[in-house]
Ligand binder design. Structure first.
Ligand code: ADP
Length: 787
C-alpha cells in the first residue's frame, strides 16, 4: 500500500479530531448547547478526515464509499460550523431557523447529488447553452458553495456583533481563536471547492487546522492567551537572533584568523574568550528580552513581598474601616493601572446569608448592597477556592447558570471584571476586592492575580483589625454612657432618700405632734369634743398623706416591673377628665389659672381603668399648674384618630400649658424615676406651689399607667425658659380597644370612671370617699369593673 503525503495529512487530522472528541467527552458534561454542537462538529471533522484517509489509499475496498463519506462530511462540516458559531456567539435565538435552513440546503444537495426524483433531468434543460455535464457541475458547485457561503456569512456577522458586545480580554482572546479557525475553514472550503487536485493538500491542511482551532475554542473556556503566546515567540526569536549574531561574528572571525595564518592555539584562545563572553552576555540578553516583551505582560511590580511592603507604607490608618478600604483600593488600582474598582465587605448576619456591602469604590458610583445565600456558586468559589472569579467565568461557566437571577444581574451590572476574595483564618470571607478592566482590556496575568490576592489577604487582616478597633470604640462609648447613667441613677437615689425622708417626715411630724398633744391633754381637754376632733383630724390627715406617699412609691416600683394593677372596663374619657380637673380645681383657683377643655365630650369609650387614667391626667394637670406662673392657661384637648399602619382606633389627649417649658435634653429623662430638672432644694410637699417639685415619681407613674393601657406618652416643648415661658405640651395616646381584651367596648355599657378603684389621692381620702358615694348614689353602674 502506498502512503501518499495526503494520506498522512488526513490521518493526522483524524488523530487530532479523535483526541479532541475524547477530550470533549472526558472534560465536559455537555450541558451547554455550544458543547453539544461542538461534539457534532468534531465528529463531522473526524468523519471527513477518516474518509479522506481511506479514500486516498490506492486499492482500498469500496473506494466510492470513502469518497462519498468525505464529500458529504465536507459539506456537513461548514453547515454544522454555522450552527455552532450562532450558539457560541450568543445568537441562540436563531438556532432553530438556522437548523431548518441548513437541513434544507443539505437535503437539496443530497437530492442533486443522488438525483432523487430525476431532479437533475428536470433542471438541466434550463441551461441550454451548456452541456449536460457542465450544467450538472455548475449546479453542484453552486450548491457546495452555498453550504459554506451561508454559514460563514452568518458567522462573520455574529463575530462582529459579539466583538462589540464583549470588550473583556477573555472574550476577545477566545474570539481571536474562533476568528482564526473561521478564516482557515473558509480558505479550506474555497480551495476544496474550486482549486485543482494538485492544490488540494492546501485545503486539507487549512481544514484540519481550522476545524481543530474551532473545536478547541468551543470546548475550552480558557484558551491560552494569544498575547502571551505572541510575546513568548518574540522573546524567543530575539534571544535566538542575538545568540546567532554573536556566534556568527565569533566563528567568522575565527575563520578569518585561520585565513590569516594565526596559530591554531591562538584561534582556540579566541574561541574560549568568545564562549566566556557569551556566558556573560547571554543572561543579559535573556533578561532584557524578558523585560521588553515579558514586562508589559507581567506588570511592572517585582514580587508579592515588595508589593505588600509598598502597600503597608501607603496605608495611613489602622482603625477607620472605610478610610482603610479606600486607601487600599486606591493603592491597588494605581499599582495595577486600573481605572475602577471597589471593596465590598461581608455583612453576614450569622444566619447563613451573606450581605455584600460597599466599603469603598472608585469610578463605579455607589452600587447597593446585595444579599447572597451561603450556597451561591459565586460565594462558594470565593470561599472554597480562595481564588479570583472573573465576570467571564460567571457568564460562561455552567455552575453559574443556576445562580439566582437577581444576584447574577447585580454581579454583571457592576462593571467589574475580576472579583478577588479577602479571606481570613482559612475560610472566613471578610469581603471581596472587585477590579475593573485593565486598559485595552488586557487580561490579568497569573502573576498579577497572585499579587492582587496577596494584597487582598493583607487587606482582610487589616479590615479585621479595624473592625475590632471599631467594636472596641463602640464598647467604650457604651461604657461611657452606662457610667453616666449610673451616675444619674446614683444621684437620683441620693435625691430620693432626701426627698422621701422629707416627704415622710412631714406627715410623721404632724402625727407625732397631734399624738403628743393628746398625750399631754388633761381630763378636761379630753372631754372637749372639738379638741379631740381637731387632734384626730390632724392625725388622719397626716396618715393619709403618709399612705399616699407610700402608695406612690409602691405604684412606681410596680409600674417598673409592669405589674401595675389595672382594672378593665369601659371608660368614658370625658368623665375621667372631669374627675381629674375636679381634683385640681382648688389648685387651679389658688394659682389663678384658666383651664380650657375641648373635644373630650365626643370621645368614644375606651377599654381600661378609669381611676388610673384619672390619676394620670390629674397628675399631668397638676404639673401644668405647678410649672406655669400664676394667671397661666392650661388647655386639655381630645381627638380620635386611626393608625393607618394597622387600622386601629386611637384617642389622643393633649395637656398644654403656658409654663416654663422643658429643655429638649430633659424630655426623655423626666419620665424616669427620681428625675427632676431642678435642684433638690426646690423640693416642696405642696402640690400647688410654682415650681414646687415633688418626689420625681409622678411622671414615671403616669407613664406606667399609660403604658399599661398600651398607650404612649411624650412631651413637646421648645425650651426651658422661665422668662419667656414657651410652655409644654404633654401628649397621651390610648388605643380605643385594649389589644389584650377581646370584646369590643360599647357605649351602652358605660361604667363609672371607677373611682372606687383609686388608690392614690392627692387630697384627703375622706373627701374622695365622699365624692365616690355621691356618684354612686346618682348613677348606678350596670357592670362592675372586672378585676
Ligand atoms: P415632680 O414630682 O418633681 O413634679 P414629675 O415626675 O411629675 O415629678 O416631673 C418631673 C420633672 O419634670 C419635674 O421636676 C419638672 O421639672 C418637669 N416637668 C413636669 N411637668 C412639667 C411641665 N408641665 N412644665 C415644665 N416642667 C415639667
Amino acid at each position: 500500500m502506498n502512503l501518499s503525503p495526503n494520506t498522512l495529512l488526513a490521518a493526522s487530522g483524524a488523530i487530532g479530531f479523535s483526541v479532541l472528541l475524547i477530550v470533549a467527552f472526558l472534560r465536559r458534561p455537555q450541558k451547554i448547547q455550544a458543547e453539544k454542537i461542538a461534539v457534532l462538529f468534531i465528529a463531522s471533522g473526524l468523519l471527513w478526515s477518516i474518509g479522506k484517509t481511506f479514500s486516498s489509499f490506492d486499492g482500498i475496498a469500496a473506494p466510492n464509499l470513502w469518497a462519498n463519506i468525505t464529500l458529504h462530511s465536507q459539506i456537513l462540516m461548514p453547515l454544522i460550523f454555522g450552527g455552532l458559531m450562532l450558539v457560541f456567539l450568543d445568537k441562540q435565538k436563531y438556532q432553530y431557523w438556522y437548523a431548518a435552513l441548513a437541513s434544507l440546503i443539505f437535503l437539496v444537495w443530497l437530492a442533486w447529488h443522488w438525483n432523487f426524483g430525476g431532479i437533475v433531468e428536470s433542471i438541466v434543460p434550463y441551461f441550454p447553452t451548456l452541456s449536460l455535464f457542465e450544467s450538472w457541475w455548475l449546479v453542484r458547485q453552486s450548491l457546495i458553495s452555498l453550504t459554506w457561503l451561508v454559514p460563514f456569512s452568518l458567522a462573520f456577522i455574529a463575530f462582529f456583533q459579539a466583538w462589540q458586545r464583549h470588550p473583556q480580554a477573555q472574550y476577545r482572546n477566545r474570539y481571536w481563536y474562533g476568528l482564526g479557525g473561521t478564516v482557515f475553514l473558509l480558505a479550506a472550503n474555497i480551495v476544496l471547492t474550486f482549486a485543482p487536485a494538485q492544490y488540494l493538500w492546501i485545503g486539507m491542511i487549512a481544514n484540519i487546522i481550522g476545524g481543530l482551532l474551532i473545536a478547541y475554542t468551543c470546548i475550552s473556556y480558557y484558551p491560552t492567551d494569544l498575547h502571551f503566546i505572541l510575546r513568548r515567540i518574540l522573546q524567543s526569536i530575539t534571544v535566538t537572533m542575538s545568540i546567532s549574531v554573536i556566534l556568527f561574528l565569533a566563528l567568522s572571525t575565527a575563520y578569518l584568523f585561520t585565513q590569516w595564518q594565526v596559530p591554531p592555539k591562538n584561534v582556540l584562545w579566541w574561541l574560549v574568550a568568545m564562549a566566556l563572553a557569551l556566558g556573560f552576555i547571554l543572561p543579559v540578553i535573556i533578561q532584557s528580552a524578558q523585560k521588553t516583551f515579558g514586562g508589559a505582560l507581567f506588570g511592572s511590580s517585582d514580587d508579592e513581598i515588595e508589593l505588600i511592603r509598598a502597600y503597608s507604607q501607603t496605608i495611613k490608618t489602622d482603625w477607620n474601616f472605610y478610610l482603610l478600604s479606600q486607601q487600599a483600593l486606591q493603592f491597588i488600582l494605581k499599582e495595577m493601572n486600573i481605572p475602577r474598582g471597589a471593596v465590598f465587605v461581608n455583612e453576614g448576619d450569622g444566619t447563613g446569608h451573606i450581605t455584600v456591602k460597599l466599603a469603598a469604590s472608585a469610578g463605579l458610583g455607589t452600587p447597593p448592597s446585595q444579599q447572597f445565600n451561603a450556597d451561591n456558586p459565586w460565594i462558594q468559589h470565593l470561599k472554597n477556592q480562595k481564588s479570583p472569579v472573573t465576570l467571564y467565568d460567571i457568564e460562561m461557566l455552567y455552575q453559574y447558570r443556576q445562580m439566582d437571577a437577581e444576584n447574577k444581574r447585580w454581579l454583571t451590572e457592576l462593571g467589574i471584571d475580576t472579583f478577588v476574595p479577602m479571606i481570613l483564618r482559612q475560610n472566613e470571607l471578610v469581603g471581596v476586592l472587585a477590579l475593573g478592566a485593565k486598559p485595552q482590556h488586557r487580561p490579568f496575568s497569573p502573576h498579577e492575580l497572585r499579587q492582587v490576592q496577596a494584597v487582598a489577604e493583607q487587606l482582610a487582616l487589616d479590615l479585621d483589625k479595624a473592625r475590632l478597633f471599631g467594636q472596641l470604640g463602640t464598647v467604650n462609648q457604651k461604657l461611657g454612657a452606662l457610667s453616666e447613667e449610673f451616675e444619674t441613677i446614683d444621684q437620683g437615689k441620693t435625691d430620693f432618700i432626701s426627698i422621701a425622708s422629707h416627704e415622710l417626715r412631714t406627715p410623721l411630724t404632724h402625727i407625732h405632734g397631734y399624738a403628743s398633744m393628746l398625750l399631754e391633754a388633761n381630763a378636761e381637754e379630753l372631754q372637749d369634743p372639738k379638741f379631740v376632733q381637731e387632734i384626730l383630724a390632724g392625725i388622719a390627715k397626716g396618715s393619709s398623706r403618709l399612705t399616699s406617699v407610700v402608695d406612690l412609691i409602691s405604684d412606681v416600683s410596680k409600674a417598673d416591673f409592669g405589674k401595675l394593677d389595672i382594672m378593665h372596663g369601659l371608660v368614658n374619657l370625658d368623665e375621667v377628665i372631669k374627675e381629674a380637673t375636679d381634683d385640681q380645681a382648688d389648685a387651679l383657683q389658688e394659682r389663678q389659672q384658666t383651664l380650657i377643655v375641648s373635644g373630650t365630650s365626643q370621645l368614644p369609650n375606651i377599654d381600661g381603668d378609669g381611676a388610673r387614667l384619672a390619676q394620670a391626667i390629674s397628675h399631668l394637670i397638676n404639673n401644668a399648674i405647678k410649672y406655669t406662673p400664676d394667671n397661666g392657661t392650661i388647655t386639655i384637648a381630645g381627638r380620635e384618630f386611626t393608625d393607618d399602619t394597622d387600622d386601629t382606633q386611637w384617642i389622643e389627649i393633649t395637656i398644654t400649658d403656658t409654663g416654663i417649658g422643658i429643655d429638649p435634653a430633659d424630655k426623655a429623662r423626666i419620665f424616669s424615676k427620681f428625675y427632676r430638672v431642678d435642684d433638690v432644694a426646690y423640693h416642696s410637699t405642696s402640690n400647688v406651689k410654682f415650681k414646687g417639685a415633688g418626689p420625681g415619681l409622678g411622671l414615671p407613674l403616669v407613664k406606667g399607667i399609660i403604658e399599661a393601657h398600651k398607650g404612649k406618652i411624650w412631651v413637646e416643648s421648645p425650651e426651658y425658659n422661665e422668662e419667656t415661658c414657651p410652655g409644654s405640651q404633654f401628649h397621651v395616646t390610648l388605643p380605643v380597644k385594649h389589644p389584650e381584651t377581646k370584646d369590643e367596648p360599647s357605649k351602652s355599657e358605660v361604667s363609672l370612671s371607677g373611682a372606687e378603684t383609686r388608690r392614690w389621692t392627692s387630697r384627703d381620702m375622706a373627701i374622695i370617699q365622699e365624692k365616690v358615694n355621691e356618684k354612686r348614689a346618682t348613677q348606678t353602674p350596670k357592670t362592675e369593673n372586672q378585676p
